[in-house]
Design a protein around this ligand. Structure first.
Ligand SMILES: [Zn+2]
Length: 269
């Protein structure tokens, strides 16, 4: 599933081809995604792209008359085609751009979304989202204050979008390893110092992954078709039973809220 670094990598991949250009039209071959593709997108004609932004795991195309909100779901992917190519089975949406290229959306499992918004402030999907992890609003103080009296395990607590957006399963496990904190502890047990360390670790792990072009997992490819490389740097995620890269202790696997959590019982406390 694409997480924040993969979505940011996709944003950076398509931005140079879209910003300042005009979308001539959208070709929607299959509107049955997680929700039906909005009519405004199907009927779109000749609108200039003012900017290409991201909020949480949503890509936001700012057009003259509104916004296209794209979510990649479980298996969605955007590619830039410098010239037209015949669509294949899972290529559900094309944006035909004035510079001659096509932005193609492929999504075998169809859990993604293409929504229209006249005004982002009233968008249902964006309301109630917590701060961006790479913004100044998100820091140790924020985590510490929010964690007071919380009995939930730290790992699922971190993955709650109202606390902070974009910390999915992989990056929650990796950040807790870097911060040396056991994922099964109660969130309320975090000290001020640990909260600071954890916020810094989350930022560092996400930034490093964005630099590497996102993590290669199943269906994710960068918008130019190259795989991301972060998977080679994963410390604990997907490494159950393998030796910890720091101390050699076998990495353990646990379940928190039905999701797999990987950790080192010696490095994390
Ligand atoms: Zn270790």
């Amino acid at each position: 599933m694409p997480e924040l670094p993969e979505v940011e990598t996709s944003r950076r991949g398509i931005e140079p081809w879209l910003a300042g250009q005009t979308i001539l039209r959208a070709e929607v071959r299959n509107a049955r995604l997680r929700w039906p593709v909005d009519q405004e997108i199907i009927a779109l004609r000749d609108q200039r792209v003012l900017s290409v932004q991201r909020r949480a795991k949503y890509l936001l195309l700012e057009l003259e008359k509104g916004w296209i909100i794209i979510h990649l779901g479980m298996s969605g992917r955007l590619r830039v085609l410098p010239q037209p190519q015949p669509p294949e089975k899972h290529d559900h949406v094309d944006l035909v751009i004035s510079n001659g290229c096509i932005i193609r959306y492929t999504d075998p499992r169809r859990f993604g979304a293409w929504l229209w918004s006249d005004d982002l402030r009233t968008s249902r999907v964006l309301a109630h989202l917590g701060p961006e992890p790479l913004s100044d609003t998100f820091d140790g103080r924020w985590l510490y204050q929010k964690s007071r009296n919380k009995r939930t395990s730290i790992k699922p607590w971190l993955m709650d979008n109202t606390l902070v957006v974009g910390v999915g399963n992989i990056y929650a496990s990796e950040s807790l390893f870097v911060a040396g904190i056991l994922p099964g502890r109660a969130a309320g047990s975090l000290s001020e110092e640990e909260a600071g360390l954890l916020a810094e670790s989350i930022k560092a792990v996400l930034l490093r992954s964005i630099e590497q072009g996102g993590t290669t997992l199943r269906d994710f490819l960068q918008s130019d078709g190259k795989p991301g490389y972060f998977v080679q740097e994963l410390q604990v995620y997907g490494r159950g039973g393998e030796a910890c890269r720091v101390c050699g202790t076998p990495i353990q696997l646990a379940k928190h809220g039905q999701r797999s959590t990987f950790f080192c019982p010696a490095c994390q406390h």
